[in-house]
Design a protein around this ligand. Structure first.
Ligand code: CA
Length: 232
């Protein structure tokens, strides 16, 4: 869950924002003054800041500048809340490093969507790393290497993707159509028989670990829930 900090002095608007952002699944903190907002940021940095331009103490532009100058806070996305008449300030806000702005009155739905899109962008791309161990099978995701009983086997990147996806969704039946979409990609023109061919080849390579890959008649494939289940 991501935390949004609202810095807005209009109590009604602040309450509406708090309510809607909580409903959208965010943790929310709110305050009415710029200085207080800065203190809160420093005490516990939020994932995103909604910053009103016209605040009773420090102008939003100054708060924005202070955040961008603080090494610990400078990457936090900021959305400025502006009134139509504050167009000039809006430009200044961008110069100071705001990521986006909304003009009052704004649609709550639009704001929620913008927040989601900015948070998605701010998230670093997750590199598939780490080691998967399941019974006799071991996969080093970052190195693209696979072992069965300490014997290394050579999988193509597609076979590895197929194996990892089934393992990730273990105990849930994956239809051939789902696998086609998620492993091969939607635009691919391969048929569901291709899935069977690849599963067959993957099983041959997995040898003693092939039992983890179960066929569910008429439905698709399923990775065993536990190594023991497959070895019965
Ligand atoms: Ca205001």
């Amino acid at each position: 869950m991501s935390t949004v900090l609202i810095i807005e002095d209009e109590a009604d608007l602040r309450a509406v924002l708090e309510y809607n952002l909580r409903r959208a699944g965010h943790a929310v903190r709110a305050c009415a003054r710029g200085s207080e907002g800065l203190d809160q940021c420093r005490a516990r940095p939020p994932d995103l800041i909604l910053l009103d331009l016209m605040l009773p103490d420090t102008p939003g532009t100054e708060v924005c500048k202070a955040i961008r100058q603080d090494p610990a806070l400078k990457t936090i996305p900021i959305i400025m809340l502006t009134a139509k008449s504050e167009e000039v300030d809006r430009v200044v806000g961008f110069e100071l490093g705001a990521d986006d702005y909304v003009t009052k009155p704004f649609s709550m739905r639009e704001l929620v969507l913008r927040i989601q899109s900015i948070l998605r962008r701010a998230q670093p791309e997750l590199e598939p790393t780490g080691v998967v161990v399941f019974g006799r099978l071991r996969v080093d995701k970052g190195a693209h290497r696979t072992w069965v009983d300490d014997r290394e086997i050579e999988l193509t990147s597609l076979e590895l993707r197929l194996l990892l996806l089934l393992h990730e969704r273990k105990n849930r039946v994956q239809s051939r159509e789902t696998l086609l979409e998620d492993v091969w990609g939607m635009d691919s023109d391969v048929t569901s028989r291709t899935v069977d061919t690849h599963v067959k080849r993957l099983r041959e390579k997995l040898g003693p670990a092939s039992a983890y890959l179960r066929t569910v008649r008429g439905a698709g494939y399923r990775f065993a829930e536990t190594p023991d289940e497959a070895e019965d």
